[in-house]
Design a protein around this ligand. Sequence first.
Ligand SMILES: Cc1cc2nc3c(=O)[nH]c(=O)nc-3n(C[C@H](O)[C@H](O)[C@H](O)COP(=O)(O)OP(=O)(O)OC[C@H]3O[C@@H](n4cnc5c(N)ncnc54)[C@H](O)[C@@H]3O)c2cc1C
Length: 561
Amino acid sequence: MGGMTEQAETSRTAILTVDDDPGVSRAVARDLRRRYGERYRIVRAESGADALEALRQMKLRGDLVAAILADYRMPEMNGIEFLERAMDIYPGARRVLLTAYADTGAAIDAINVVDLDHYLLKPWDPPEEKLYPVIDALLDAWMQSDHRPVPEIKVVGHRWSARCSEVREFLARNQVPYRWYNSDEPEAERLLEAAHADGLSLPVVITPNGDPLIEPSDAELASRVGLATTPSKDFYDLIVIGGGPAGLGAAVYGASEGLRTVLVERTATGGQAGQSSRIENYLGFPDGVSGAQLTDRARRQAAKFGAEVLTTRNVVSLDVCGSARRVSFEDGTSIDAHTVILATGVTYRQLAAPGLANLTGRGVYYGSALTEVSACLGQDVYIVGGANSAGQAAVFLSRHAKSVTILVRGPSLEASMSYYLIKQIEDVPNISVRTCTEVIEAIGDDHLENLRLRNTATGDTETVEAQLLFLFIGAAPLTDWLDGVVVRDSRGFVVAGPDLSVGGERPRGWELDRMPYHLETSIPGVFVAGDARAESAKRVASAVGEGALAVMLVHRYLEKR
Ligand SMILES: Cc1cc2nc3c(=O)[nH]c(=O)nc-3n(C[C@H](O)[C@H](O)[C@H](O)COP(=O)(O)OP(=O)(O)OC[C@H]3O[C@@H](n4cnc5c(N)ncnc54)[C@H](O)[C@@H]3O)c2cc1C
């Protein structure tokens, strides 16, 4: 573990002793504590079952066990049976059997069964001669072996399960460190055994406290890994809905300028930008910046100024309650504020063909993932979509890729792409257009390798080699919940400011004797920033800028109410 000292590391390391005779058990623990107590935690149990449970708990917490000392003669589960089961949980721990003289035969047999490191005859007085030299040697051997504590979150799952990928992505996007275990590796099996989990319901997420969460929801996960999900107040100056660049920008400016600010995010902060591997054109980052880095910094900045950031909370309604604006969540709870900034962005439409979800980010990209351009070098690239965004991407990528193939479902590009772009595409020799073609499956182990295509006219299918697939099938603002609440355009984008007024007149239903401010929606005190706004620029910089501008207008609104 980076930064963890050897001292701290060993304090998470235990020596466990189990003996059914409480007197003997205490005596063993006392002797061990006397010599090893400073460097190791001495854990004592009085039955095999109790000792196994203690091992399970330690396993889940990510603690280490260096040595296990078990009495041979115990009711229900003897020492050999116990050590055999303990090996399933801590195979690396050194094993010692404590025996009376009469049982040495059994102990010798056990050396083969449980791969015993040592057997100790009771009593062992004086320990300096008979106990410590043995344990010293075992601990030395253990220290030489490969052992590392895993105190962070552990995720046991199946590589190709969609929910397992979602959980990993959720943790990653929230900058929560975790260690991943594929369900078929031995350590995963040990963790599942320790969690009493059957391995059929995956993923199993083990918190740093050692609590196993079986198939947790995002909300459960968020609350258990230290992400805030519940508001601390019921009234704020400003509620920001959406944690992309616009929302984070608004939260930073709002909180830094003294507004009691809460940001509410449906999944994880970062929005679309958070999914971008490299944003090349954001001011001040000449070498580009990853979406994850930008998000992490912005979130820390918002927290530093005192903004509350709630994740996994989906806003489902917005109401006017006198001078307050009420924002409600899926579970029926709500918070009020003087003002609201809608920063809900857009969501790229997803194609439902098998394999695509799993390979997203690993050869399959949605939207303007042109940051993947370096990966295109010398590759066969496929693009799905017939609109200008697909055409522009094709021209751009053709400069780097070996070949670019545009797949269009319809019979031609004419209906959906600008004429100039169609001409441009025709002039680029390594771009080809396949009409009447759709992707029906994406195939690949760790990365996209093949696509299955279907001719929509004939129904014929074929499999092609493909390393990269970009999907440009449109982005939509998820604003249905605002239907009838604020004015939206025909595609669902929120209309604001001057765009609301027709011919210089005040918008219909607008009761104030002033015009709406620049980013103000048809509800006074409710503003919109970023991609969710009608006619917005769809850029990180403009989203951040609008977040800041919206806060300035919030101040003006609060002053002039
Ligand atoms: C892969 C990719 C690469 C990109 N690369 C670049 C680039 O290099 N340069 C550039 O300038 N732009 C780039 N863009 C575009 C840029 O990311 C967006 O313009 C920007 O993220 C818009 O910010 P936003 O805050 O308005 O919306 P979003 O980033 O879309 O964020 C909106 C947030 O609101 C949340 N939300 C939505 N509805 C609700 C609700 N009801 N309740 C709670 N939360 C909700 C969403 O979960 C989301 O997190 C890229 C986009 C993508 C997808």
